[in-house]
Design a protein around this ligand. Structure first.
Ligand code: NAP
Length: 215
């Protein structure tokens, strides 16, 4: 079983860590304030979990989840993530993140920004369109009728396959939106962003998504 590193251990990071531990992975958690602030979460997660700095979590993980406010993406350590699968859960909220011109004018997408920051990593966009609380309530075994589905997007087919397998283990079907550049189809304010959808419904939502006009 692989180790999953977490850069960010807030609402989404802690929930994905719970699912990871429940699926038998070891997890290494980090946040902006330091490992000593993660004692309660580590205790809750048990012996498969430990806390570290962001750099150490990046180093330790074979797969690393980046789940922080988007405005801080440039602080994600680059070198320890070379060659690794990086799962990007991040969304753009200008009121929280400040304005990012390339996102305001729709010339790129959130996950492409992270990929540009981590040029030698394999970024896969995932878990960005489900409320954190639902990650541990909405999962069902494979083959369940009307199973909830989650989107992935990425430029590396093998990395996407690995992340799709993880999502299936966590209890969800997977819909591939295509390369990272298609990630806008599941960004904030698109039909698939937020509601519970099975795979067929989610494919329909992706096809129906309209890219906002550039500002
Ligand atoms: N909440 C949701 O339901 C949801 C759903 C889908 C996607 N998302 C997206 O996923 C991302 C995370 O959301 P969230 O709700 O989990 O946020 P959150 O609860 O505010 O947690 C953010 C985490 O990131 C850490 N962090 C901040 N800056 C960091 C840095 N420079 N290096 C390392 N860690 C850092 C924070 O640590 P400190 O507390 O120590 O600062 C905290 O652990 C956001 O982009 C959000 O839009 C959220």
């Amino acid at each position: 079983m692989a180790t999953i590193g977490f850069i960010g251990a807030g609402k989404i990071g802690s929930q994905l860590a719970r699912l990871s531990v429940a699926s038998g992975y070891d997890v290494v958690l980090s946040n902006s304030r330091g490992p000593e602030t993660l004692t309660a979460l580590v205790k809750e997660l048990g012996p498969r979990a430990r806390a570290a700095t962001a750099r150490d979590a990046a180093q330790a993980g074979e797969i690393v989840v980046v789940t922080i406010p988007l405005k801080s993406y440039r602080s994600v350590p680059v070198e320890p993530l070379v060659g690794k699968i990086v799962i990007d859960t991040n969304n753009y909220y200008p009121q929280r993140d400040g304005h990012i011109a390339e996102l305001d004018n729709e010339s790129t997408t959130t996950a492409e920004l992270l990929q540009a920051h981590l040029p030698k990593s394999k970024v896969v966009k995932a878990f960005n369109h489900i409320y954190a609380s639902q990650l541990t309530t909405d999962g069902q075994p494979r083959g369940s009728a009307n199973r909830r589905a989650l989107v992935i997007a990425g430029d590396d087919a093998d990395a996407k396959g690995t992340v799709a397998g993880l999502i299936d283990q966590f209890g969800f079907d997977v819909v591939d939106a295509g390369p990272l550049a298609q990630g806008w189809r599941i960004q904030r304010d698109t039909p698939g962003y937020g509601p519970r959808r099975n795979a067929e419904e989610l494919r329909r939502d992706l096809a129906a998504a309209k890219r906002p006009p550039s500002k």
